[in-house]
Design a protein. Structure first.
Length: 308
């Protein structure tokens, strides 16, 4: 019976559609899908060879804490109406049913992911979850604080989770202009703090690590000369993550306490934690920090963080 054969295919298509729409972390086929670009805010997540599962874990974790902090997202009852009787209504026309189902999956997925939306990051083993209507820094800090306190492991493939509260084009002039304003809430007088700069670039060869670090540290220093570097336990860590032609920025607290925002490390025992074993910090081989320089100084001092 053609209908009997179509039924399993419909079910497979439904599952595949849900999974692909909600969990696609690979490069979009045929140029489709959304990509990380300047002007976005969100959460940058690293994983180990399983991006699709990473996206699923991210939605689950962010949804759990997002509901706690901001309340459940409000959806119309449209989605509820989708699942009940559509199959019976369209059994006389399988092709039409499949077409409508694809549209409904897309619509319901967009509804579900209004607060969190996975976009193509542009790098392997990196997932970017675009956020809307929330503060990425507050949400991620809350997650890490809770996991640090409870020592309860909640993810298997997610390694690090970094809030990204600003993005701009990864060209020096764009970054200088953007960060002059972006850094103000933390570093412009009368605000001040101890800080370090952590830099990572992926799929990008045109940026100079030394130039980026020197320029950004100089901007922090120019906003308030009382901003001082602290490589051991700074109040603020300036995170610079460059992927292709996009520069992702954030200023985070408790970077050392929360083990470089590594979800696998932050849940380890206090004894393990106090050892501060740098070999456990995955994927940060190229991170560096730097002290701010005065304008008279021509050279910058760059210090490699001890990483695996």
């Amino acid at each position: 019976c053609p209908m009997a054969a179509a039924e399993p295919a419909t079910r497979k298509r439904r599952l595949k559609g849900h999974f692909a729409a909600a969990g696609r972390a690979k490069r979009p086929r045929g140029g489709g899908g959304r990509q990380l670009e300047a002007g976005m805010r969100g959460i940058l997540i690293t994983c180990n060879m399983n991006e699709r599962k990473c996206v699923g874990e991210a939605y689950s974790l962010l949804g759990e804490y997002g509901d706690l902090l901001y309340g459940p997202e409000q959806f119309s009852d449209h989605e509820e109406r989708l699942s009940g009787s559509d199959r019976e209504e369209h059994e006389d026309d399988v092709e039409a049913a499949l077409k409508k189902e694809v549209g409904q999956i897309r619509a319901s997925t967009e509804q579900k992911l209004r607060r969190f939306q996975s976009v193509e990051s542009g790098a392997n083993n990196v997932v970017f979850i675009r956020t809307q209507g929330i503060e990425p820094e507050n949400l991620v800090h809350h997650i890490l604080k809770d996991m640090h306190t409870t020592k309860k492991k909640k993810t298997r493939v997610i390694l690090r989770m970094l809030p990204i509260s600003g993005t701009c084009k990864a060209f020096m002039e764009d970054m200088k202009k953007y960060t002059e304003t972006f850094f103000e809430p933390w570093f412009k007088a009368p605000n001040k703090g101890t800080f370090q700069i952590v830099y990572k670039a992926r799929n990008n060869s045109h940026m100079s690590r030394e130039e980026v670090i020197k320029e950004l540290a100089g901007i922090v220093g120019s906003l308030n000369p009382e901003n001082k570097v602290d490589l051991n336990n700074p109040e603020y860590t300036v995170v610079v993550e460059i992927i292709k032609t996009v520069c992702c920025l954030s200023v985070v607290r408790d970077y050392v306490l929360f083990r470089k925002y590594n979800l696998q490390e932050v849940v380890k025992s206090n004894k393990e934690e106090t050892q501060q074993n740098p070999s456990s910090l995955t994927g940060e081989q190229n991170s560096k920090v730097v002290k701010p320089e005065t304008e008279e100084e021509k050279s910058s001092k760059e210090v490699k963080q001890e990483n695996k």
